[in-house]
Structure formats: structure tokens, C-alpha cells
Design a protein around this ligand. Structure first.
Ligand code: ADP
Ligand code: MG
Length: 876
């Protein structure tokens, strides 16, 4: 085997420590990748794969320029990869042998600080899990961009862990190497995240202050695992990490993953986009951090009546003060992302422009606080009470920073006059020098009499006096030294110009250096304010979310909900907030929902497309909105505080999940039945649809009975099995309701109105009519249906249809055996047993035969229509 060069040996040594990452190996102005990394990266990044060395020893290699590396790093992070940044850590000119190199940072999906994967209005979480011996699980997570740290203990089964992971949507998961593989497999089945390992779980001294207040001591080890991973990958102090906050999943209304998806709380079911979700509707926040807080709130509605009503009262107060609220919005618009700015300060990569954003934000703070105080709402007052306005920081930034600093912190132009004596002196020197030069131009012109003489400056030659070739003859001898020749001019320098130039350039160099040093000093000082800034960010975020609630509540005419203690639901003229917004406000048909102790289950029937699903989701969304502290789309709403919401959609309807099997439907239903309590809300939408009719109907009935007898949760159950409406007679707490439709001129018109009582019939046939099936097929279907309904029997006893002669053209058609048969115009001979169907053609007879064989009860309406369609084709 060929011996690698010393540099490649160094590469291999480092790479061995970062096997699961792309190693970006710094070579001059490039980051190079070698071997397998190079092959994979060239594919993922679509960059050219080259080679290093010659012949058989050629090593695969590809590279990206270091100044544009961020973009490539983002691309890889987005795909879930990790990147180890390996820099030259000594000056190549001073190096003996191979330049020393070290990995300075491991960038991973959960630790990335900027780029495409970081969304303004979303957190970027990294989460660690410990499976404790007693069967419980510790979860610790951090958002490195904001410094937020949260821990919780889950005592239930791994399902609950999955549930929590799904809600958090972390980008990266850290576990110990002994963590059960079965668990990681289950995580990978439902979520896409990057997996990392860390076994160390004793707290690093620098992180002790963050956990010392924690009562759940065992969670400290989980947080320690997290911080070890951070320390190992980030290789820097993380001053912005906030004290760990403990929460329990019981503090929130639980909405499992499927329900969250089905209800489209934060993204739509099909396209996975924010637009069209409840979050999208509610998002009237004007700051990025407010947007993030709103998302967290929507994912975790509250269960504490006190906190909910307290938020609601603040919304009310903001709603009642239109002008103040508008002003508040304007002020908040000037507030930048304080949380992430604080994170950048800690990472030491904040520039003067960003510090200026910080300044502008802080200028708004006193105004915002004054506005909240003026409103006088207790919740608002509590929010701003004791909040540190960071006045010292504001003063520092106001006195030190200029208005329009450059992007780079190395070219000066950042520090304000009057901030630093020495800096001002250099600036004077530079400015004076420049005025002297401007005056010199005038003097030189007068002395030489050359009107076109000018003084200029360029980076290579410095200051010069430029005289056109035609005028050179007028220059006096001696003083002018030639510096540069152009095609039609000469450039000169004089001793006095040279002297000033040196002064100016020296001063400017000093200015740049001094400004840079001063800026770093200021940045260090800003670091002292990270913690108060984070507190301030929380306060501003909440004000923003609440003003957003007031804003949308006003725009959409929502009302303040009240809460009942006897588990009663009384929603008058409720609306589905998103559907209402999508169609014109006036076109939405509002509906009441009444539920109480003796009206626990609503069995909802009605034709397809009538609005059953919408009606059910409407209640869940109203409950969710109420429990996050927002007004709700209704004219009046009294609700219980729900502990959990379950939403299940029959597999046939659940097109989006991609795994619409009946098994999934049943698993989800099981979960709801097992976990729901009397305080829960269950929505079962056409459950049982994924299997054959009798099966499905039987299951649906027994599920309803079980909920009725054993669970006692408030339940909305929509079904296309009309037979189930008979349950009302047996189950005391079940009430039939239906979404009404009327017939107008033989056509169905959906009224979208939900009223008590069962739907008078299945409208499948009407839908068939809407689809323009021939009249004859429709009337026959109606006949069959009415028979089935009255006889409750099967197709065998359906009366034969009226014999009828069809004038048939002699055409070639395919029979069942696909044999083209030439049919005579009139049948002359009839077989004996078909006497009763004398006038029927063979085609008609085959149609009838087929029809008799149809298992109508085991068909969905769509299948029925398709069959009808086929039969009809034959007849034609
Ligand atoms: P179903 O579940 O009964 O088949 P959906 O709830 O899916 O019906 O509603 C079908 C469509 O009818 C919805 O997409 C919506 O546009 C419209 N719709 C439903 N309810 C209403 C309503 N209350 N007011 C106005 N349009 C509605
Ligand atoms: Mg539906």
C-alpha cells in the first residue's frame, strides 16, 4: 500500500475522530474533502470530483472556497448531515512541516446557528433522551440560537416520548450508546432527525448554575448529556444558555401527533405548509420571537383556567384599545430578534449592524412598557413588572455606535465620535490631512497655471498629482517625481504630498485597528447583558402574541370564550376559523354545538360534502384557540377545559398519510380509547370506513358503545352508516344530529347546517345524480335503496325491475367473455327460463345478472357509482 503524504496522514488522523461527519479540511482558501467524503459531497452538493496525487495513488477530492462555504454547509445540514470544520491553527509561514490543523467546530442540524435551516418563526431544537432504569424517560432540549433550555420527565411508555418528540420537532437527538435500538428505530419510523451519541452525563462545572435549582435531580444527568455534546461539538463557551426550565406534559392540553396533523394546527395535512393552518390564521405577530412563541403556544394549549383567563383578559384589553394596539404594533415592529441576537453575541459573531439593531430595539422597550402600563390590565402589568430594560446597554450602544456601520468589523466606520479620545485624534489627523490635500490641488493649479491638474488617490499608488501629457511642459523642474504613466497623462508625487500621505494612511490604519479593538470590547460588554436580554425577549414576545390575538380576533369577529366547570359545551354560531377565512366570510354557515352530561356523543350523519368533517374540526379548533388564550369564532362559546383532544380520520379519507391502512386507523383509535378521559374531546370521522361494510359498521357501533359506557369523553362521531342512528334509542347520552341538505328541483343543495335528528336518507344517490348519471340508473337505484331500507334485507330480495323493451342498434360489443357478438335487431327465440324477461336482450340480461351479484352493502358510494357507470355503458 502506498504511503500517504504527511498531510493526508494528518487528515486521516483527524477524520478518524469524526467518522459521522463531513470533514471540511482547510487548505489555503479552500475547504477540501477527501476519499468517501469527497465522493458523497460531490454528489450531494453537485460539485466536481477531482483527485489528488497521481496514478493508482490518486485520492478522490473535492473542495469549496472558504468564503462561500456557508452555503454548502447549509445544504448539507438541511439534508441532516454533520460537518466538522477543520482549520489551520498556525501560520503556514511559520509552520515546520505540515501546518497544524484542528477541528474548531462540529456543525450539526441541532447546533447550527444560521443559514437556510434556521427559520425566523421556528425554534431549532437539539434534544437528549435518557431511558432511566425505573422505566421513565428524561428529555432535555436546547435551542442554541436562543439559548432556551427545557427538561421534562416522562413516566409513561415510549409512545408518550414519541408524542413529545413529535410535538417538539427537534432536528437532532442525542442518546447514549446503550440506548435501546428498538427505541431509536421507532423514532426513525415516525420522525426525521439526525441521531448523535453522547455517554458522558456528569455536569460540567460551567453548567452547574443552570441546573442548581432543578428539583428533579435525575433530569440533571440528561441535561448534562446534552451539554457535553454541545461542549464537544461547539468548542467554545456558551454564555447564552439559559437556566433550565422544568415543565410537565400535564401542564398542557395533549394533542397527539395524528390529531395535530389532522387538525392542521401548524401545517396543512397535504402540503405541509403553514398557510392554511391554524398557526397561519392566528399569526398576526410582528416580531420573529413572537412568531416562535405563538407556534409553541399553539402546539401546547394550556389547561390552567387561571392562566387562560388571564391571557384572555389581556387580549380583551388590547381589543378594546384599538389606537393603543396599533401604536404597540408599530413599536414592536422596530424590535428585532433579541433572543437570537443574544445568541450571536454569545457566539461572538455579531457585527456592528446587528448591535445597532439591538440598540433600536432597546429604544422601543420603554415605549412598549409604558403602553402596557397605560392599559392597566393585570396580566400585562405582571408581564412588564420587574423586567430589566437594559438601560445601561442602551446607553453603551447609543454612545458608541455610528448610524450606518459597514458589514465588516475590520474596516472601521463603526464607532461614534466622542466615544474614544485617541480614536478621535487619529480621525482628526486623517480629516485634516484630507482637507490639506484638497487645498493643495487649488494651490498647485495656481502655481503651475495648469487648470486641468488634479489630485487623486488609488490603493496601489496612493496620492498623486495628475497632469495631462499636453501640459507636462508647464511643470517646473525638480519638485515633481514621476510615479505612474497613463496613455495621455502622467502622475507625480511631491515630497510634501508624500509626507501628508504617510500621515493619513498611518492614521487610517490606526483607526481601523483601534475601531476593531474597541468593537470587540463593546461586544464583550454586551455579553454581560445576555441574560436580561433573554428575559426582555420573552416579555416582548408575549406582548406580541397577545396583541396578535387581539388583532385577529377583531378582524375575524371572534368572541371571548368562557369556561364551564360541569363539562358543558355550548357554542352558538360557531365557525371553522380556517375554512371561514378561505371562503368568503358571509358564505360560511355557522353552527351550534351543544354537549352536556346527557348529550355526550353526537352521531353525525349527512351526505358526502355536507360539512361533517368541518363541523367536527371546528369544535376542536375552537377549544384549542380558547385554551391558548385567544378569542374564538362564534357569537357565544362556553367550553370545558379539555385535557386532551383526539382526532381520527377513517382510513379511506386519510389520503395524505401515505399509510392509509385500516390497521393504522385502528391503532389510532385504540390510542384514543385507551388514553381519553371524561375531560377529553374525541373526534372520530368516518371510522370503520377502511374495511367492509358489516365489519366497519360493527366496529363503529362497538366503539361508540365503549366510549358511551366506559370513557365518557365528549365525542363527535360522523358516519355514513345510517343504521347506527338507531343507537340513539339505546344509548342515553348519544344524540343524533345531521347536516342538512335539501332537494331543490330534484337536486341536492348542501345547507351545511347541523341540526338534531338523523339524516333522512343517504345522499349517495344524489351525489351520483350530481355526477350526471342517467336518470334511469338513478331511479332504479332509488328503488333498490328504498327496498333495502324497508326490508333491511339483501339484494336477493330486491324486486326485479320492470321489464322494458330497449330499441337496440346492432352493434358489436364485448360480452363477458370478450367475444364480439353481432346482435340481431329483435330477439326471436327466447330460452324457456327467461320467459319473465321476454323483452330483454342478452346484454340486458347480463347486466341484470351482474347487478344481482353486486354486494351493495359492502361497497362504498364511489364503488357503487363506478359499477352503475359500467353497467350503464353496457346498456348503451
Ligand atoms: P363531509 O365531511 O360531510 O364530507 P366536509 O366537512 O369535508 O364534508 O365539507 C365539504 C366542504 O363543504 C368543505 O370543504 C367546505 O368548503 C364546505 N363546508 C363545510 N362546512 C361548511 C359550512 N358550515 N359553511 C360553508 N361551507 C362549508
Ligand atoms: Mg368528511
Amino acid at each position: 500500500m502506498a504511503q500517504h503524504t504527511p498531510m493526508i496522514q494528518q487528515y486521516l488522523q483527524i477524520k478518524a475522530q469524526y467518522k459521522d461527519a463531513f470533514l471540511f479540511f482547510r487548505l489555503g482558501d479552500f475547504y477540501e474533502l477527501f476519499f468517501e467524503d469527497a465522493k458523497k459531497a460531490s454528489q450531494e452538493l453537485e460539485i466536481t470530483l477531482t483527485g489528488r496525487g497521481t496514478g493508482d495513488d490518486k485520492i478522490p477530492m473535492c473542495g469549496v472556497p472558504h468564503h462561500s462555504a456557508d452555503d454548502y454547509i447549509s445544504q448539507l445540514i438541511e439534508k441532516g448531515y454533520k460537518i466538522a470544520i477543520c482549520e489551520q491553527v498556525e501560520d503556514p509561514r511559520q509552520a515546520k512541516g505540515v501546518v497544524k490543523r484542528e477541528v474548531v467546530q462540529l456543525i450539526t442540524p441541532g447546533t447550527v446557528m444560521e443559514g437556510k435551516t434556521i427559520h425566523e418563526k421556528e425554534n431549532n431544537y437539539l434534544i437528549a433522551i435518557t431511558d432511566f432504569e425505573d422505566g421513565s424517560f428524561g428529555l432535555a432540549r436546547t435551542d442554541l440560537t436562543t439559548g432556551e433550555n427545557l427538561v421534562t420527565l416522562i413516566t409513561g411508555d415510549f409512545d408518550e416520548v414519541l408524542q413529545e418528540l413529535g410535538t417538539i420537532k427537534a432536528k437532532e437527538l442525542i442518546v447514549s450508546t446503550s440506548f435501546a435500538e428498538e427505541y431509536t428505530k421507532r423514532v426513525n419510523d415516525v420522525l426525521t432527525l439526525t441521531l448523535s451519541y453522547e455517554d458522558e452525563e456528569t455536569v460540567l462545572p460551567s453548567f452547574e448554575p443552570l441546573v442548581k435549582h432543578l428539583e428533579q435531580k435525575k433530569l440533571i444527568s440528561t441535561f448534562a448529556r446534552l451539554t457535553h455534546y454541545l461542549a464537544r461539538t461547539q468548542k467554545r463557551t456558551l454564555d447564552h444558555l439559559q437556566p433550565v426550565q422544568y415543565y410537565t406534559t400535564n401542564d398542557h392540553m395533549k394533542i397527539d401527533l395524528h390529531s395535530m396533523r389532522n387538525l392542521e394546527l401548524v401545517e396543512t395535512l397535504r402540503e405541509k405548509r403553514k398557510k392554511g393552518s391554524l398557526l397561519w390564521l392566528l399569526d398576526e405577530t410582528v416580531t420573529a420571537m413572537g412568531g416562535r412563541m405563538l407556534k409553541r403556544w399553539v402546539e401546547r394549549p394550556l389547561v390552567s383556567t387561571h392562566t387562560i383567563t388571564s391571557r384572555l383578559s389581556m387580549v380583551e384589553s388590547l381589543l378594546n384599545h384599538f389606537f393603543e394596539r396599533e401604536e404597540l404594533r408599530d413599536q414592536l415592529k422596530e424590535v428585532y430578534d433579541l433572543e437570537r441576537l443574544a445568541g450571536k453575541v454569545a457566539y461572538g459573531n455579531v457585527n456592528a449592524r446587528e448591535l445597532l439593531q439591538l440598540k433600536k430595539s432597546l429604544e422601543q422597550v420603554p415605549l412598549i412598557i409604558a403602553m402596557i402600563e397605560q392599559l392597566g390590565n393585570p396580566h400585562g402589568l405582571e408581564l412588564v413588572r420587574n423586567v430589566d430594560r437594559c438601560e445601561g446597554l442602551l446607553e453603551l450602544l447609543e454612545t458608541s455606535l455610528r448610524e450606518n456601520p459597514p458589514l465588516s468589523i475590520k474596516e472601521g466606520g463603526m464607532i461614534k465620535e466622542g466615544f474614544h479620545l485617541e480614536l478621535d485624534k487619529y480621525r482628526d489627523a486623517s480629516v485634516n490631512g484630507k482637507t490639506w490635500i484638497a487645498q493643495l490641488e487649488q494651490r498647485e493649479r495656481e502655481e503651475t497655471g495648469i487648470k486641468t491638474l488634479k489630485i487623486g488617490y488609488n490603493k496601489v499608488f496612493g496620492y498623486y498629482i495628475e497632469v495631462t501629457k499636453a501640459n507636462i511642459q508647464y511643470l517646473p523642474e525638480g519638485r515633481y517625481e514621476r510615479k505612474q504613466t497613463l496613455s495621455n497623462a502622467e502622475r507625480y508625487i511631491t515630497p510634501e504630498l508624500k509626507e501628508k500621505e504617510t500621515l493619513i494612511l498611518e492614521a487610517e490604519e490606526k483607526i481601523e485597528q483601534l475601531e476593531y479593538d474597541l468593537f470587540l470590547e463593546i461586544r464583550e460588554q454586551v455579553k454581560q447583558y445576555i441574560s436580561p436580554l433573554q428575559q426582555l425577549a420573552k416579555c416582548m414576545s408575549e406582548i406580541d402574541v397577545l396583541q396578535g390575538f387581539a388583532t385577529v380576533s377583531e378582524q375575524q369577529h371572534y368572541v371571548k370564550p368562557t369556561f364551564s366547570e360541569n363539562r358543558e359545551v355550548n357554542v352558538i354560531d360557531g365557525r371553522h376559523p380556517v375554512v371561514e377565512k378561505m371562503i368568503d366570510h358571509g358564505d360560511y354557515v355557522a353552527n351550534d354545538v351543544r354537549l352536556s352530561r346527557d348529550r355526550e356523543i353526537l352521531l353525525i350523519t349527512g351526505p358526502n360534502m355536507a360539512g361533517k368533517s368541518t363541523y367536527m374540526r371546528q369544535l376542536a379548533l375552537i377549544a384549542t384557540m380558547a385554551q391558548v388564550g385567544c378569542y374564538v369564532p362564534a357569537t357565544e362559546a362556553t367550553l370545558p377545559i379539555f385535557d386532551q383532544v383526539f382526532t381520527r380520520i377513517g382510513a379511506a379519507d386519510d389520503l395524505a398519510s401515505g399509510q392509509s391502512t385500516f390497521m393504522v386507523e385502528m391503532l389510532e383509535t385504540k390510542h384514543a380509547l385507551a388514553k381519553a378521559t371524561q375531560d377529553s374531546l374525541i373526534l372520530l370521522d368516518e371510522i370503520g370506513r377502511g374495511t367492509s361494510t358489516y365489519d366497519g359498521m360493527a366496529l363503529a357501533q362497538s366503539i361508540i358503545e365503549y366510549i358511551h359506557d366506559e370513557v365518557g369523553a365528549k365525542t363527535l362521531f360522523s358516519t355514513h352508516y345510517h343504521e347506527l342512528t338507531a343507537l340513539e334509542a339505546e344509548l342515553l347520552r348519544l344524540q343524533n344530529v345531521h347536516v342538512s341538505a335539501v332537494e331543490e328541483n330534484g337536486k341536492v343543495v348542501f345547507l351545511h347546517k347541523v341540526i338534531d335528528g338523523q339524516a333522512d336518507r343517504s345522499y349517495g344517490i344524489y351525489v351520483a345524480e350530481l355526477a350526471d348519471l342517467p336518470h334511469q340508473v338513478i331511479t332504479r337505484a332509488q328503488e333498490i335503496l328504498s327496498h333495502l331500507e324497508t326490508q333491511n334485507s339483501n339484494i336477493e330480495t330486491v324486486p326485479a325491475r320492470e321489464p322494458k323493451v330497449v330499441q337496440e342498434k346492432p352493434v358489436a360489443i364485448a360480452t363477458e367473455a370478450e367475444q364480439p357478438v353481432q346482435l340481431p335487431l329483435f330477439e326471436t327465440e327466447q330460452p324457456e327460463e327467461q320467459k319473465g324477461e321476454q323483452a330483454l336482450t342478452p346484454v340486458e340480461q347480463s347486466v341484470i345478472k351482474k347487478m344481482k351479484k353486486l354486494d351493495v352493502l359492502n361497497m362504498s358510494p364511489i364503488e357503487a357509482i363506478q359499477q352503475l357507470n359500467e353497467l350503464q355503458k353496457k346498456l348503451r
